[in-house]
Design a protein around this ligand. Structure first.
Ligand code: CU
Ligand code: CU
Length: 338
């Protein structure tokens, strides 16, 4: 069993980004959901497993994940109150986080990040949590709620269930994650997701994208070997994100990276407005680079006036080279990209 060093990851990532060759045997095993090879196993020939940077068994489709919102099942109570019911199931799953590199993840709904849950300020939110995993877990939501809805003390054993119920408050860009000890491990393993509470008066129409900055310690040395937004390193270099000139783009940017204290976003050829934690409707800052500590979230808005390919990435160069980078493919407004 070969251990993947940061240097190996770098070499493989760059190969993947270049889009070399097609899926190999390990990719097919993961896609078929068969007995997974041990974490860290990889093919002797890295060229054999490259799929243009996006493996089949990653648990998410990085392009689809950007715009995939879970609004829950909506109903209305007799008093007119909107209720949103969600179901989140924890499970163990071996994810192919980059071609040929497997990680034994703990997931919400089989994916890392978990689904992006979305509600409107004032809704009653009910989340039925089922622990289908092999370890005790919880869901800790950021927001205002009762102590027994906090996902800290009521630890849910494998096979157990718990329903979290709270008001959607305040509006903003929040986060949910497991809060079982050791928390660092439960987060690093993949138990987290974005939680958006929209203001009652909606934000202006925009192309909305969710970017959860994360990473994986694939050799279990307490450090990340690969970095990404939305799990798959270099995914948006292999598949640039199409946007149009002159349209408003809104990024829900969440930092859940473990082991490294800081993460960041730098956007090329442009500046962006920052709404810190998304809790206000007027921007706090106009910049092209923002640093974020663990658990910080910001809404970022920008508009490109010039077409072309523009890079976005962590401004920690090492993170960039280990996978946390992507491209926006800015097209003139006449061409449909939806
Ligand atoms: Cu957990
Ligand atoms: Cu938290």
């Amino acid at each position: 069993m070969t251990r993947l060093s940061r240097r190996d990851a770098l070499k493989r990532g760059l190969l993947g980004a270049a889009g070399v060759a097609a899926a190999g045997p390990l990719g097919r095993v993961a896609a078929a959901g068969q007995a997974a090879p041990p974490a860290m196993a990889h093919a002797t020939d890295p060229h054999a497993v490259m799929t243009g940077g996006v493996p089949a068994g990653a648990g998410i489709d990085p392009l689809a994940f950007l715009t995939d919102f879970d609004y829950g099942t909506v109903s209305r109570r007799a008093d007119g109150r909107t209720v949103r019911d969600f179901e989140v199931v924890a499970s163990d799953r071996n994810l192919e986080v980059m071609p040929g590199v497997f990680y034994p993840a703990w997931t919400y709904n089989g994916q890392v990040p978990g689904p992006t849950l979305r509600a409107i300020e004032g809704d009653l939110v009910r989340v039925k949590f089922v622990n289908g995993g092999s370890h005790p877990h919880t869901i800790h939501f950021h927001g205002v709620h009762a102590a027994d809805m906090d996902g800290v003390f009521e630890v849910i054993q494998p096979g157990g269930t718990y329903t979290y119920e709270f008001d959607a408050d305040p509006f903003g860009l929040h986060l949910y994650h497991c809060h079982t000890i050791p928390i660092k491990k439960h987060i690093a393993k993949g138990l987290y997701g974005a939680f958006i509470i929209d203001p009652r008066t909606p934000r202006p129409p925009a192309r909305e994208l969710v970017m959860v900055m994360n990473g994986f310690d694939v050799n279990f040395d307490g450090k990340n070997e690969i970095y990404a937004v939305n799990t798959v390193p270099f995914a948006y270099q292999a598949h640039p994100i199409p946007i149009r000139t002159n349209e408003l783009v809104r990024v829900y940017l969440v930092n859940v990276l473990e082991f490294d204290l800081l993460n960041s976003l730098h956007l090329h050829g442009n500046f962006f407005h920052v709404y810190r934690t998304g809790t206000k409707l007027v921007p706090d800052e106009f910049t092209d680079t923002i640093s974020m500590g663990q658990g910080e979230r910001h809404i970022v808005e920008f508009t490109y006036t010039k077409p072309g390919r523009f890079m976005f990435h962590a401004h920690q160069s090492e993170f960039t080279e280990l996978g946390w980078m992507g491209m926006l493919d800015v097209r003139d407004g006449v061409e449909a990209v939806d």
